[in-house]
Design a protein around this ligand. Structure first.
Ligand SMILES: Nc1ncnc2c1ncn2[C@@H]1O[C@H](COP(=O)(O)OP(=O)(O)OP(=O)(O)O)[C@@H](O)[C@H]1O
Ligand SMILES: NC(=O)NCCC[C@H](N)C(=O)O
Ligand SMILES: N[C@@H](CC(=O)O)C(=O)O
Length: 404
């Protein structure tokens, strides 16, 4: 038996790496994607080898993650339940895609991941893997094994000589990548308490952020961010620079009670400084260049799209079809948005686009405008027609009949 494990190098997957070899008498290959997580990747290969991996794949997927997953979601304004920018859920399908490809290349019988039985990630891995290779066996050791707690896993690690990182002792479950950080469990399970400041991994508290604001101009081409302050820069650098700026100014913190796909509510803390800035700027630019009906319809698409991403259905025909629609809408989303970052706030300073639909001669309150004010009366007369007709029938209507 040969298994390819999605290996993040933490406690769960390190224990899983050993457990899979023993339980399935298997050869286990470890695959770790670099999607901008904080954990250093220089020692992960030797660690996996030391636990018995027959081969280790470590791949830098940051650019693909941003271009093919994050920016598609950004163009669609995808935000789950009004706040969550979906850093983890956008990464899972990419990890699953490479996992399946490596399994095929290595002629493996199965793939494995370390997600738990009541989380969303197991569903995301399962759905993505099944969509890409329906015949591949999927093993979820954390769901299968007898160990009940983190302490059991730590004990297993000790008895099997598996090195435990200091982070394993942390009282939170933390997942990071270049688009955002998720922090769950521990004291956060008590929804009656605010999160202690120590849970935040990258952002400064808005209360402690600098008194001096920072202004930044973001340039977009077809809905994709391409420049900062007039300088064209590649995606990884652009997002990293905005993460640094946003973190310093306390931007992008979120505390939500979210609805998981398995039907339970959990409390999550998220930090997405670059994400918060780019979503805000992208929406401002769309407001400038897209017409009202398209904007309103697109918001409905964003709602549906966010559910697909969160529920693990990235590789679905509906998501692909929505991307075609969203892609079409972005052809004029070119321009510049200047924002002020100040103590957790984002304040728009300037909006500029060659395709701006804002027409000063129509919108201005000056008396010398180009709008035909007289036509307004006729417009309102016709617009109010159904209300007027209804009101007339109300006069004939006897409310006392309703309650009989
Ligand atoms: N960068 C990555 N490369 C490969 N697989 C990953 C990566 N990040 C997460 N995974 C997979 O997704 C699963 C769920 O991620 P999560 O952040 O919950 O990790 P975890 O269960 O805490 O694992 P660990 O304790 O090993 O970090 C992981 O167990 C792993 O199988
Ligand atoms: N701590 C984590 O492992 N976070 C990853 C998942 C975060 C979030 N609740 C989600 O389901 O997308
Ligand atoms: N990654 C976590 C959280 C989640 O999936 O929602 C888990 O595997 O349980």
């Amino acid at each position: 038996m040969k298994i390819v494990l999605a290996y993040s190098g933490g406690l769960d997957t390190s224990v899983a790496l050993k457990w899979l070899q023993d339980k399935y008498s298997a050869e286990v290959i470890a695959f770790c994607a670099n999607i901008g997580q904080f954990e250093p990747l220089d020692t992960i290969g030797s660690k996996a080898k030391q636990i018995g991996a027959s081969k280790v794949y470590i791949e830098d997927l940051r650019e693909e993650y941003l271009r093919e997953y994050v920016f598609k979601a950004l163009k669609a304004n995808v935000v789950y339940e009004g706040q969550y920018l979906l850093a983890a859920p956008l990464g899972r399908p990419l990890i699953a895609k490479r996992l399946v490809e490596i399994a095929q290349q290595e002629k493996a019988n199965a793939v494995a991941h370390g997600a738990t039985g009541k989380g969303n990630d197991q569903v995301r891995f399962y759905c993505s893997i099944a969509a890409l290779n329906p015949d591949l066996q999927i093993i979820a050791p954390v769901i299968e094994w007898e160990m009940k707690s983190r302490d059991d896993e730590i004990e297993y690690a000790r008895t099997h000589n598996i090195e435990i990182a200091v982070s394993a002792a942390k009282p939170y479950s933390i997942d990071t990548n270049i688009w955002g950080t998720s922090i769950e469990c521990g004291v956060l399970d008590n929804i009656k308490l605010p999160p202690p400041n120590e849970v935040y991994q990258i952002t400064t508290s808005p209360l402690l952020a600098p008194d001096e604001p920072h202004d930044v101009c973001i340039g977009f081409e077809q809905g994709i961010p391409v420049s900062l302050d007039g300088k064209v820069i590649p995606p990884i650098q652009l997002v990293s620079e905005l993460n640094t700026l946003g973190s310093k100014h306390g931007v992008g913190r979120i505390d939500i009670l979210e609805n998981r796909v398995v039907g339970i509510k959990t409390r999550g803390i998220y930090e997405s400084p670059a994400g918060a800035i780019l979503h805000f700027a992208h929406k401002e630019l769309e407001n400038l260049v897209l017409d009202r009906d398209l904007l309103h319809y697109k918001a409905q698409v964003a709602q549906q799209y966010s559910e697909l991403v969160y529920y693990g259905l990235w590789f679905s025909p509906l998501r692909e079809a929505l991307d075609v629609f969203v892609g079409y809408t972005q052809s004029r989303v070119n321009g510049y948005i200047t924002l002020r970052l100040y103590k957790g706030n984002l304040i728009v300073l300037n909006r500029d686009s060659e395709y701006a639909m804002y027409d000063h001669s129509l919108s201005t309150y000056d008396v010398e405008d180009q709008f035909d004010h007289k036509a307004g009366h006729g417009f309102s007369y016709i617009w109010s027609m159904p209300l007027r007709v209804k009101s007339k029938t109300d006069l004939k209507w006897d409310i006392s009949r309703v309650n009989q």
